[in-house]
Design a protein around this ligand. Structure first.
Ligand code: MLT
Ligand code: ZN
Length: 475
């Protein structure tokens, strides 16, 4: 039987697509974390911002929380609906609304899949440069909500840099039109940037104006096998000095083992502890020659054991697969994911400190390191052994994440570089953000979401605001 609240919503918006079959609740109620049992009230699939406003007004009257939902490729539980929420899926709001060639702005609905957006940009002779392996499933709305980064941040920055305007429905059902594509706008607080990375806790993005740019020059890819941790940053310095880099990614021998077991081709005869995937501009012979010079210099200095430079587009793709298929190759093992960042200069001592902790704490688990080392962003994935049960494993990981958060705090790092806090990292937010900052975030949420219905329980618990403000400040 349909829940009476859902019937009332359907009555108010007869054209609204609503789903509540058990398979739909399961499908739309979870993201890639696979940790929480989905239990949404129902799924609403609006087709316009007006629909979204009506949904929010209904939710206020009924006291129903809402979880905005894109491709649900998130890794922090930000799109999980496990407590009777209405999932607002933007699957049907996936159109391109317009393109202005002078402004080079593409206006899109939030449900547009990243890969489709990139293809539209190419159709206009331009690119949308934010890119990562989930491109075929994630939506631009979700990318904005987590300020997604990815593999080319070293050149292009995060999603934030590319959002020229946002239309947002707040928790009071108001439609805000933020920044309207302006390049210069010094007229007070830029609320657009508050919504970017807010993980749907302040409002729902119903339209985005996305900036496009010129395609890059032809590029090439090389993979280096690296014998030691310190050498990673020496190679980085050498490459950055000489080449024009568009990606500088790394992974360990453990990550390689997983992607090879998953069907990737190994370009090397022997195993090294670390690998780097380096993408650089190679529009002419001189730039190609420079890459070879850097490789030789690294070899002579003992910073690399071996290397391969792609000779064709197919080979470049195959080399990229070594890095890009890590997440997929680990997915069935349900890894516990850490997504941390420190300043690039702090990477060597931070990695050293973390490896010491992890060697002591996790001798029995498979620890897989990879990530965007050129941005100071490391992914540390922990994989359960057969002897440990799932709950004990999570408890163990959360205990060590506290140590990780403490270590990060000493390096002024962040517990989430690009995946978001969601449900997964909420308990350790205080290691990265001061009590004053969290109190201010709660205050901002109260203004934009006065009824506390926008993705509640994600990033921080609103309920703790009172006790925290009464003086648990760490400042
Ligand atoms: C990646 O860098 O591959 C993504 O952030 C996904 C992940 O960390 O698994
Ligand atoms: Zn990543």
């Amino acid at each position: 039987m349909t829940d009476p609240r859902v019937s009332r919503l359907s009555h108010r918006l007869p054209e609204l697509v609503l789903k509540s079959a058990p398979a739909d609740l399961e499908y739309y109620g979870r993201d890639w974390t696979r940790r929480w049992t989905p239990a949404p009230l129902a799924i609403a699939l609006p087709s316009s911002s007006e629909d979204v406003q009506v949904i929010v007004r209904w939710a206020i009257e009924e006291g129903v929380s809402m979880v905005p939902s894109g491709g649900r490729t998130g890794l922090s539980g930000g799109a999980v609906a496990a407590s009777g929420e209405l999932v607002v899926s933007f699957e049907r709001m996936n159109r391109v609304l317009g393109f202005d060639p002078v402004d080079r702005i593409l206006v899109v609905q939030p449900g547009l899949i990243l890969e489709a957006l990139q293809a539209v940009a190419r159709g206009h002779g331009l690119i949308y440069p934010v890119d990562f392996a989930a491109r075929g499933s994630c939506s631009i709305g979700g990318n904005i909500a987590t300020n997604a980064g990815g593999i080319r941040v070293i050149r292009y920055g995060n999603t934030r840099e590319w959002i020229a305007g946002l239309k947002v429905v707040t928790g009071s059902g108001e439609l805000l039109d933020l920044n309207r594509g302006l390049i210069k706008n010094s007229s007070g607080y830029d609320l657009r940037h508050l919504l970017i990375g807010a993980e749907g806790t302040l409002g729902m993005i119903v339209e985005a104006s996305v900036r496009l740019t010129d395609p890059p020059p032809a590029s090439n890819v090389m993979v280096f096998a690296v014998p030691a941790m310190d050498a990673l940053m020496q190679v980085f310095a050498a490459c950055r000095r000489t080449l024009s880099l568009s990606a500088f990614e790394f992974f360990t021998d453990r990550a390689l083992a997983h992607v090879l077991a998953h069907g990737a081709q190994n370009p090397f005869d022997r195993v090294s502890p670390f690998y780097l995937v380096i993408e650089f501009d190679a529009a002419n012979d001189a730039q190609q020659a420079l890459a070879l010079e850097v490789f030789e210099q690294c070899l002579e200095n003992g910073w690399v054991d071996d290397g391969v430079i792609s000779q064709s587009t197919a080979q470049a793709e195959s080399l990229w697969r070594l890095r890009e298929s890590i997440t997929e190759s680990l997915a069935s093992l349900k890894p516990y994911k850490n997504d941390v960042s420190v300043r690039i200069s702090a990477i060597p001592p931070f990695m050293q400190a973390m490896r010491e902790i992890l060697d002591i704490e996790y001798p029995h688990y498979d620890v897989v390191w990879f990530g965007h080392i050129g941005d100071g962003n490391l992914h540390i994935n922990i994989i359960k052994d057969e002897a440990t049960d799932a709950d004990a494993f999570i408890a163990d990981c959360e205990r060590v994440t506290l140590l990780l958060a403490k270590t990060l705090a000493t390096f002024d790092g962040s517990i989430s570089a690009e995946h978001g806090i969601g449900l997964v990292k909420k308990k350790v937010l205080e290691g990265t953000r001061s009590a004053s900052e969290i109190a201010m975030m709660r205050g901002i949420k109260r203004v934009l979401d006065p009824h506390g219905l926008m993705n509640p329980g994600k990033v921080f618990d609103v309920a703790e605001a009172g006790s925290r403000q009464k003086g648990t400040s760490r400042d």
